[in-house]
Design a protein around this ligand. Structure first.
Ligand SMILES: Cc1ncc(COP(=O)(O)O)c(C=O)c1O
Length: 411
């Protein structure tokens, strides 16, 4: 145990992003391992939002659309998100939810591949991706094929010519498995199809490299590792080469080439602005912009290295302190996102008992204790403390408390 503590201190001393912890407001005594669900509050966000409310809205009123460039915020914040996911300027737009952006891009992708009727989904993906794809498929008369990433090569060898789009998540929300984005992208494109990546669980913790790997389309949310706050707007990426042909179905006035001409005909904006739909939620959007300052000056390679080190060290602690607990996440750091999933028959109750001890994680069906390691505000000492808390919960039987038999709405 003292070996683990010494090792944790050593790793923390060598962590190049350890100083970023000071950029967050976190309650004392709380160990927050749920930044993969709702990121922590970065310092400065509350003040930035107060300024938007009091000065920009309260005093400058409608002039703010121009004087504070509210109008340009979706693209401006999109470019900032782009720096974290390897996208050059002009390809990322912030707005709407991930679900809505998925719909826009699913339909647009199918329109870019007329004559191909099959769209591929991973059956294990976060449900909204599959639900929205089914909805888009019904509208556009497409066939949804459920194909797990390891089976994609065989599927494409057989039916590749029929496939318009392959839609996958970069990191599996349950297991934390990181899929091979460059390899699966190439496989898909070699079959003449487009690829869409859901980056919800990789943006801000994994080096995504959208441009480098020639990805076609991507989406992701703003409230997890990007720390944009509850209900923060999401983003969508369209590679520059596809923008002129991108025909997205939600043709709202904000995406018009000349919105204030108030023309009777729809004509899409030339660039990524054509992804805009209606008036954006400015308070949330500007909160996200302020939150992204937590990444200022940090290299994503350092952030990724810290994330792999944290999850790897936590797994070592589990192996040492809790040898009977199943680690569901891949043991090879190169195949893992920034979370560790543990399997337990009473996973929901275990998570509640941990929360009661100040270690916040979450539960995912059917038996997953999910612990997220946001590298900007967690240390290796925190990882050890979490493993010790889990050992104590299981040793004391704290998870057997009847209080945890009843599930809350949000798990
Ligand atoms: C992989 C993935 N996609 C999409 C979503 C949800 O997106 P939204 O609620 O912004 O539509 C989540 C939420 O956790 C997710 O994990």
């Amino acid at each position: 145990m003292s070996d683990l503590r010494a090792r944790a201190a050593q790793l923390d001393a060598a962590n190049p992003v350890a100083h970023a912890r000071d950029r967050f407001e976190l309650p004392d005594g709380l160990l927050y391992l749920d930044g993969n669900s709702l990121g922590a509050l970065p310092r400065g966000v509350a003040e930035a939002v107060a300024d938007v409310v009091r000065r920009q809205w309260g005093t400058d009123l409608i002039a703010s659309w121009n004087t504070h460039d509210w109008w340009g915020a979706p693209q401006r914040v999109g470019d900032r998100v782009g720096t974290l996911i390897g996208a050059a300027a002009g390809q990322v737009l912030v707005g709407d939810s991930t679900s809505v952006n998925l719909f826009k891009l699913y339909v647009a992708a199918a329109r870019m591949r007329p004559g191909r009727r099959v769209v591929v989904n991973d059956p294990d993906v976060f449900p909204t991706d599959g639900y929205v794809l089914e909805g888009a498929a019904r509208l556009a008369d497409l066939e949804v094929a459920q194909v797990r990433p390891p089976e994609l090569a065989a599927f494409l060898a057989e039916r590749g010519r029929e496939v318009a789009l392959v839609s996958y998540s970069h990191v599996d929300y349950r297991t934390g498995r990181l899929w091979d984005l460059p390899g699966l992208t190439k496989l898909t494109q070699d079959a003449g199809a487009l690829v869409l990546w859901d980056l919800c669980h990789s943006a801000g913790v994994v080096e995504v490299g959208l441009d480098e790997h020639g990805v076609d389309l991507a989406v992701g949310c703003g409230y997890k590792y990007l720390n944009g706050g509850p209900g923060a707007p999401a983003y969508a990426y369209v590679a520059t080469r596809h923008l002129p042909d991108l025909d997205q179905p939600l043709t709202g006035w904000n995406g018009h080439a000349t919105p204030f001409a108030m023309s009777g005909d729809y004509s899409p904006a030339p660039g990524v602005e054509r992804l805009r739909v209606g008036t954006p939620p400015l308070l949330s959007l500007l909160a996200l912009e302020a939150a992204l300052a937590a990444y200022d000056g940090l290299a994503m390679s350092d952030v990724r290295a810290a994330s792999m080190s944290l999850t790897g060290f936590f797994i070592n602690c589990v192996h040492e302190l809790l040898p009977d607990v199943e680690v569901v996440s891949p043991l090879d750091a190169a195949e893992r996102g920034s979370q560790v999933a543990l399997g337990h028959e009473q996973a929901y109750a275990v998570v509640q008992a941990l929360i009661a001890r100040g270690v916040v994680g979450d539960f995912r069906e059917p038996n997953i204790v999910r612990l997220g390691f946001a590298p900007l505000y967690l240390s290796h000492v925190d990882a050890l403390t979490a493993a010790q808390a889990l050992r104590d919960v299981l040793a004391d039987g704290a998870h057997l408390d009847p209080r945890w038999a009843q599930r809350s709405t949000v798990t």
